[in-house]
Design a protein around this ligand. Sequence first.
Ligand code: NAD
Length: 333
Amino acid sequence: MSYSITLIPGDGIGPEISEAARRVIEATGVKIQWDVVEAGEAVIEKYGTPLPEYVLDSVKKNGTALKGPLTTPVGKGFRSVNVTLRQELNLYANVRPARTMPGITTRYKDVDLIIVRENTEDLYAGIEHRVGRDAAESIKIITREASERIARHAFELAVKEGRKKVTAVHKANIMKLSDGLFLECARRVAQDFPGIEFEDMIVDAMCMKLVQSPENYDVLVLPNLYGDIVSDLCAGLVGGLGVAPGANIGTEAAVFEPVHGSAPKHAGLNRVNPLAIILSGVMMLQHLGEMEAAGRVSRAVTAVLEEGKSVTYDLGGSSSTSQMADAIISKLE
Ligand code: NAD
């Protein structure tokens, strides 16, 4: 059995971390035909867009992609490539686990969260306009369809992963209509899952509680913007952006990518942490049903972290990106 998978290396540090992930995944023996497609800054000049049609076509055809980060060109009139990709492919659920890992020094023990972020609407709908010279408006879109869909995804994931509680995060005390609708939908869907505890929390209080006692939370479900912010906060609880993986799931396709961006100042230096994309690759293997290979990579990552010798600068080591990937490969059972 061989899988056809789109690989988007990405901008900045993207190519070096993507290569690391590709080598680790291939070392498991899972057979993959990579359809490598360029997107982002590198192709703007050639195609007039950072997201050429062939990229979308490849992901639609293969149904699965592993993606490096893409730089959003500022002030050139392009929308974020990442946001466009998620909207075009209707990748409605952004799933970001945040787990304490051995060997990574953090302020917290026993963090084991899954952040489920709505990925298609909210302020990311991109509907903005200027009102005269001195004001601007951005429109926040919340719909029943998208809110129920993301709440259902969070509860179904909770059941699948043996989780106990889902917390819906909102600001419905202020945005009574938009966040109010999101909360109403989450409450409605919760009734279909009596075995999972449900609670809701205002986003500011949630941030405080997460930095005080993150171990009290399990699955969080949030609208797009709060999801973006809170998931970076949660990445910080477990060791930072270098170790935070993610998945964008839709009905027709799934795109796996690290939470972090293209970190241009580190590009080409072979020094950043490849773990976020490697762990995104683990999520991809699980999605494909390759549980054994996923488990082997996870255990190899744990062994490298516990040993602490072959880790990158952000984890207190001095290994390069490729050396850390080599160390993980050498620990594959
Ligand atoms: P960033 O995540 O690229 O980098 C911020 C800092 O985090 C870096 O300077 C570095 O110190 C650290 N960091 C990030 N990844 C790391 C890694 N793998 N190992 C070690 N340290 C790491 O955020 P930014 O500088 O705000 O954004 C740069 C560009 O990336 C922007 O154009 C932004 O739009 C884009 N971006 C893309 C995505 C995506 O493709 N999904 C996500 C976020 C940002």
